[in-house]
Design a protein around this ligand. Structure first.
Ligand SMILES: C[S@@+](CC[C@H](N)C(=O)[O-])C[C@H]1O[C@@H](n2cnc3c(N)ncnc32)[C@H](O)[C@@H]1O
Length: 317
């Protein structure tokens, strides 16, 4: 399935793309957003495309040639990776569109899909050592239940973890999906479905969706990477440059929201402190008071957009 970029026009507006400035697409993926940035900058900008998936980068290199510098790195190492190209500051903007691409999900052998037979892998970067196999087959039951509950927001997490441990070793995606599905009464799943996606969902959500999402987030340390990325971005953006982040999970959105709020604060003294002693300065202007979400047209055209939330900020100092 072709990867359709989410909130494309909204990303371009939020980044305020202008020829001549330098931009980083920290999650270049299939190059949807990057392609539009490249068009609008008319060959006059330096563009960096990060992805921790070497396969995505090979395709991007073929498509963009020397118009774009491809960087195989986790975006949590943004600063250090850019320094290797002699870049210490970014004057245009940085974009992160989190999660996995449709291309990654479509390749059964990557192990992301509960609908395609494949190994329990789920690593975005296949040179890393921890895969879904390690988590599913080696983690203690309690730790497994905790991530399924926390990252998957799955009410049946304890039962699922228990059945996973009882069925070890589990070798494939479909075997795992079946074990999970047997733990979830259909009625409960329908209820969860309505809660998560409301009327915009337009379809049945597979009972293994939340568990697979949770394991993927743990394998790739997605929340930890996001926290590091935000911190690093703030240190390299020049005044006036933009940071735009699209999240697909409530925990990710909360991290971005809190980070922006803290960066925008002018004082972080305890509320009852008689005078301000923190010397905190306002580092960013929040451009999106509320997160931007997909229009009805986009929701119809691209189901991936239904949980997308875009937040943007402009660096001030
Ligand atoms: C949702 S896709 C991005 C799609 C892209 N915006 C487009 O329009 O084609 C996310 C991509 O980011 C990559 N990715 C996710 N987390 C990453 C991280 N921490 N560092 C670098 N790349 C990451 C994934 O491998 C995937 O290719």
């Amino acid at each position: 399935m072709e990867h359709i970029p989410v909130l494309l026009n909204e990303v371009i507006d939020a980044l305020d793309v202008r020829p001549g400035l330098t931009y980083v697409d920290a999650t270049a993926g299939a190059g949807g957003h990057l392609g539009r940035i490249a068009e609008l900058t008319e060959g006059k900008s330096k563009l960096f495309a990060f992805d921790r998936d070497a396969t995505s980068l090979e395709r991007l290199a073929e498509r963009f040639g020397d118009k774009v510098t491809t960087v195989h790195s986790n975006f949590r190492y943004l600063k250090e990776s850019l320094e290797q190209y002699g870049v210490n500051t970014i004057d245009g903007g940085i974009l992160a569109d989190l999660g996995v691409s449709s291309m990654q999900i479509d390749q059964g052998e990557r192990g992301f899909s509960f609908q395609k037979e494949g190994p329990l892998d789920m690593r975005m970067d296949r040179s890393e050592s921890v895969s879904a196999y390690n988590i599913v087959n080696q983690w203690p039951e309690g730790a497994l239940a905790d991530i399924i509950y926390k990252y998957g927001e799955e009410r049946h997490s304890r039962k699922i973890a228990n059945r996973i441990v009882a069925n070890r070793p589990i070798e494939s995606t479909l075997a795992l999906a079946e074990i999970v599905a047997r733990c979830i009464p259909r009625a409960a799943d329908k209820k969860n479905y309505k809660k998560s996606f409301g009327s915009a969902g337009g379809g049945y959500i597979h009972p293994a969706t939340r568990t697979f999402q949770a394991i993927r987030m743990a394998v790739n340390e997605e929340l930890e990477s996001l926290e590091d990325f935000l911190r690093e971005s703030l240190t390299i953006l020049k005044p006036g440059a933009r940071l735009v982040v699209i999240t697909f999970h409530s925990l990710e959105d909360r991290i971005v929201k809190q980070f922006f709020k803290m960066a925008a604060a002018s004082c972080i003294c305890p509320p009852r402190a008689p005078v301000c002693t923190c010397k905190k300065e306002t580092e960013v202007l929040i451009i999106t008071r509320k997160p931007i979400t997909a229009s009805d047209d986009e929701l119809l055209a691209n189901t991936r957009s239904r949980s997308a939330k875009l937040r943007a900020a402009q660096k001030l100092i």
